[in-house]
Design a binder for this molecule. Structure first.
Ligand code: 3PG
Length: 220
């Protein structure tokens, strides 16, 4: 079984996300774009990134980004335990799924890698709680009712933190982040596939910096 090497030396992923407040969700068709993309994100002020297993380049892209000590790279759109293993082997520090997959969650827990399954309902939040988790992705956020839905769900589940993703952008992220149940927001807007395909790294940096500015400083 794949294992996490030197786990005690790894950064606390929850603390990293809480500090960053924004998690870029990346779809990379070519692993060779991983290095300039990571550099563009760091230059814009973000050092956390989720690389999705929607393309064959995902594991190699994670491996390339994981070589940077200043970047915390996770794997997204993880749907199978095999993908968990490939992600961990490549150096992913956390795992994200669009929904709650019991096998993926159990496997991540066994490996000791932080996992953020997606939830859309109260029932799925309770599945996460039963699995020993207190932080979940909320997906697709805007389509599910956005902040109003998070407010409603966080009333009974007081300890749960959400990472809303789906329809988030520089215009609405501050509203989400102002709610104490929101750990961070995720999204693709600063790493949109056309920007990556065209190698517009300075535009990625500009959009990233604008997002960081819009997020402001987290409350002490
Ligand atoms: C995801 O992969 O989590 C979502 O597709 C991101 O949604 P967005 O493209 O609206 O940011």
């Amino acid at each position: 079984m794949t294992s996490i090497q030197n786990a005690e030396q790894l950064p606390d992923v929850h603390a990293t996300l809480a500090d960053a407040r924004i998690l870029p969700v990346v779809v990379l068709d070519q692993a060779r774009d991983a290095a300039p993309l990571a550099a563009a994100l760091v230059e814009g002020g973000l050092r956390s990134v989720e690389v999705t297993f929607r393309t064959d380049a995902a594991a190699d892209a994670i491996r390339i980004m994981a070589e940077r000590p200043d970047v915390v790279v996770g794997a997204g759109t993880v749907l199978t335990t095999e993908q968990v293993d490939r992600a961990v082997e490549a150096g992913a520090r956390f795992v994200v799924s669009p929904g709650f997959g019991p096998r993926v969650v159990t496997h991540c827990r066994a490996l000791g890698i932080p996992v953020f399954p997606g939830v859309a309902t109260a029932t799925e939040i309770q599945m996460a709680l039963d699995a020993g988790l207190d932080t979940v992705k909320f997906f697709p956020a805007e389509q599910l009712g956005g902040l109003a839905m998070i407010k409603a769900l966080s009333a009974p589940y007081r300890g749960v933190r959400f990472v809303p993703t789906g329809g988030i952008n520089a215009g609405n992220l501050a509203d989400y982040l102002a709610h104490p149940a929101v750990l961070a927001v995720g999204g693709t807007w600063m790493v949109a596939p056309p920007l990556i395909a065209a190698g517009r790294w300075s535009e990625v940096t500009r959009l990233t910096a604008a997002a960081v500015a819009a997020a402001g400083t987290p409350a002490a």
